[in-house]
Design a protein around this ligand. Structure first.
Ligand SMILES: *Cc1c(COP(=O)(O)O)cnc(C)c1O
Length: 374
């Protein structure tokens, strides 16, 4: 038997909704509007716009901030490429800082040292759906007059001090990619929290035109207003997503129970000093996106990964730190030492976690890891 690392969960309603969407296939149809309303209610964001990916939402954010050649954007090196790419596309320099060893999130204490007169924004990434220290980050942004763009790709339905991730910065980005908790294949959303970006966000998403206003009957023709692109998904994608949104709390509950069980089971191994479990700070309510273990060193991670593979268990490491990648070296720069990033990226291992992972399968994963350390 093979235990896959991830398996997309279907609610059963997706095809029905997609069939209903046939009447209007392109973007901003009935289901897109339903998703917008659902997401705005859920997150309390000023405005939510579906996009065809989180990458697209981040690219919209860079356009909205009017990022120019040579501007700097502070972000963790431990993240997905899109966090940096979105800004590099506009000619900006990603400035990579270290992560905290407890949450693997951007170390808020490294931000101020990375700020220069060229800095335009801070991009916190909520790793594993566990919030960055947002109070500190927002306070620094305010003092230095910087924008905050949350890469909340993994943070849908997570909270920080009771508030939805993605709704705390000026702008936030969600992903509904197949590998995330709530999915629609390739899809995402931009959360516009600072109202000053709302009107422009609509224009940028619709090829730089005021087409959204035209459809609402606010103007009698639509024209090219400014630079933009096509960032909206078709309504079939939105129909699929809506089925998922309706069941999203059930999905989260089921993922959480798997997450909690791993967490209980690995307590003894942590006590014995073999590994570290994820840390969830008091003010964070997470969404059980990832369960990971931090091993003693790269060698231990390599051996455990191979051992699990032999037993048909697919575990996975995660990001190759961006400052060590060819494009990261070409386009970005580093601020401070990135010791935690380099060590933790080498030592961490993600375990299978998906709705439908049975108790038996999970026990097999746990037992294999226990046996490995015996
Ligand atoms: C998944 C992910 C993205 C990209 O999401 P897409 O919807 O695939 O574009 C960006 N940032 C982080 C942190 C992610 O985990």
């Amino acid at each position: 038997m093979t235990i896959p690392f991830n398996k997309p969960y279907l609610t059963g309603k997706e095809t029905e909704y997609i069939t209903q969407a046939y009447a209007h296939l392109s973007g901003d149809g009935v289901f897109t509007k339903r998703c917008h309303l659902w997401l705005e209610t859920q997150t309390q964001a000023h405005k939510v716009l579906l996009t065809h990916s989180c990458t697209a939402a981040l690219e919209m954010a860079a356009l909205l901030l009017d990022i120019q050649q040579g501007d700097e954007v502070i972000m963790p090196a431990y993240t997905f490429v899109s966090t940096a790419n979105a800004f590099v596309l506009r000619g900006a320099v990603p400035v990579f800082i270290d992560i905290r060893p407890d949450t693997l999130n951007m170390d808020e204490n490294q931000i101020i040292a990375a700020i220069t007169p060229k800095t335009k924004a801070i991009v916190p990434v909520h790793y594993a759906g566990v919030a960055c220290e947002m109070d500190a980050i927002l306070a620094i942004a305010k003092t230095y007059n910087l924008a905050v763009i949350e890469d909340a790709a993994q943070g849908f339905l997570s909270k920080y001090k009771g508030r939805a991730l993605g709704s705390l910065g000026d702008l936030g980005a969600y992903s509904f990619h197949e590998t995330k908790n709530i999915i629609a294949g390739e899809a995402g959303a931009l959360l516009v929290n600072n109202p000053k970006f709302a009107a422009n966000a609509e224009v940028i998403r619709e090829k730089g035109t005021n087409r959204s206003q035209f459809f609402r009957g606010e103007v009698d023709k639509y024209t090219w207003q400014q630079v933009g692109s096509s960032f909206l998904p078709n309504d079939l994608t939105a129909a699929f997503l809506y089925a998922q949104l309706e069941q999203s709390s059930l999905i989260t509950t089921q993922r959480m129970s798997i997450w909690q069980r791993y967490h209980r089971k690995f307590f003894p191994l942590e006590e014995a000093g073999y590994l570290k479990r994820p840390v969830i700070p008091e003010e964070c309510e997470h969404n059980a996106h990832i369960y990971y273990l931090v091993l003693k060193d790269a060698q231990a991670r390599h051996e455990l990964l191979a051992y699990l593979k032999q037993r048909g268990i697919q575990a996975a490491f995660h990001y190759i730190p961006l400052h060590t990648s060819p494009a990261g070296m070409r386009y970005g720069r580093v601020s401070g030492e990135l010791d935690n990033t380099e060590r933790l990226a080498e030592c961490m291992l993600r375990l299978p976690l998906w709705v439908g992972l049975t108790r038996e399968m999970q026990s097999e994963v746990v037992q294999a890891i226990e046996t490995f350390f015996e």
